[in-house]
Design a binder for this molecule. Structure first.
Ligand code: NAD
Length: 265
């Protein structure tokens, strides 16, 4: 539905129309990216002021990057782990968590690895890229699970060693070129078949997550992008809201609660 019907709406009018759609929807799905956590002080991948500035993420968030310089990858991971551990969920996380508990069929799909959706109390978040706290054996030794949680790995001498085989340990989040966790990918694939699909704070450049926007539109969903700037997905979405996620979601929640209060017997 390129150039959709609601694209001409501005500001408050657009929020009213979207809130009405959300209130009527039988199934709502939201796909989030790093922009949702920007207000919590976690820099995005792309854009000004990022931890990644001056470095192509692919040089270290990939197998090749790790092979080339495991110590540097772990130093950057330590930096991000310390930052993410200190961060607190913001209003965007809170509203999405409230929807996961209140809306009858709401699914949250996230590319984020910071765990802030879960810490805000979101039920059933589908984490496509795993967690910053995951680790994996770089040699994929037989004794080790595919990935496991180790919150202390970055505090050891870097690069840390696999506790099973003594080889190198690598950060366990999904890196470029790796397959997504099967269960989360399958559930996310089913959730794109919805009435309203929200795309929040993602540059829509990382696949396969970005492909879900087109799939949702094809399946007949009303698609809305909440981002500060245009992205490759902007051309195919029905409504673009160019304001911070934490503001837009707060405004939508106010309206939704008002609808629910009116509808209550
Ligand atoms: P990205 O960095 O590529 O894009 C972030 C997007 O958020 C940009 O389009 C930016 O304009 C937008 N944005 C910034 N502040 C915003 C705000 N307040 N409200 C709404 N939008 C805002 O992020 P992505 O698309 O998620 O990139 C993919 C990869 O980055 C993922 O693999 C993810 O694992 C990784 N990543 C995760 C985190 C995290 O977990 N917090 C942080 C950095 C990178």
């Amino acid at each position: 539905m390129a150039g959709g019907i609601a694209n001409h709406l501005e500001g408050e009018e657009a929020l009213d129309a979207l809130a009405e759609r959300l209130a009527r929807a039988r199934r709502v799905t939201a796909l989030t990216g790093a922009g949702v956590s920007a207000a919590s002080g976690i820099p995005t991948f792309r854009g000004e002021g990022g931890l990644w500035r001056g470095r192509d993420p692919k040089t270290f968030a990939s197998r090749e990057g790790f092979r080339a310089n495991p110590k540097l990858v772990w130093e950057l991971t330590r930096e991000r782990r310390e930052l993410m551990a200190r961060a607190e969920p913001n209003r965007a996380h809170e509203v999405l968590a409230a929807w996961s508990r209140r809306l009858p069929r709401f699914t949250l799909i996230t590319q984020n690895i910071d765990g802030l959706h879960e810490r805000a109390g979101t039920i059933g978040a589908l984490r496509l890229h795993g967690s910053i706290w995951d680790v994996a054996c770089a040699l994929q030794c037989e004794q080790a699970p595919r990935r496991w949680r180790d919150r202390k790995a970055h505090t050891r001498r870097l690069p840390p060693k696999c506790i099973y085989c003594g080889g190198l340990l690598r950060p366990g989040q999904v890196s470029f070129g790796q397959r997504l966790p099967l269960d989360a990918a399958l559930r996310a694939g089913m959730a794109v078949d919805c009435d309203v699909f929200l795309v929040i704070g993602t540059s829509a450049e990382v696949h396969p997550a970005a492909g879900m926007i087109g799939q949702a539109a094809q399946a007949g969903a009303f698609t809305c992008e909440i981002n500060l700037v245009d992205t490759p997905a902007s051309a195919i979405i029905d409504l673009a809201l160019r304001r911070p996620a934490e503001e837009v979601l707060d405004a939508l929640e106010t309206r939704l609660l008002a609808f629910e209060a009116q509808a209550a017997p």
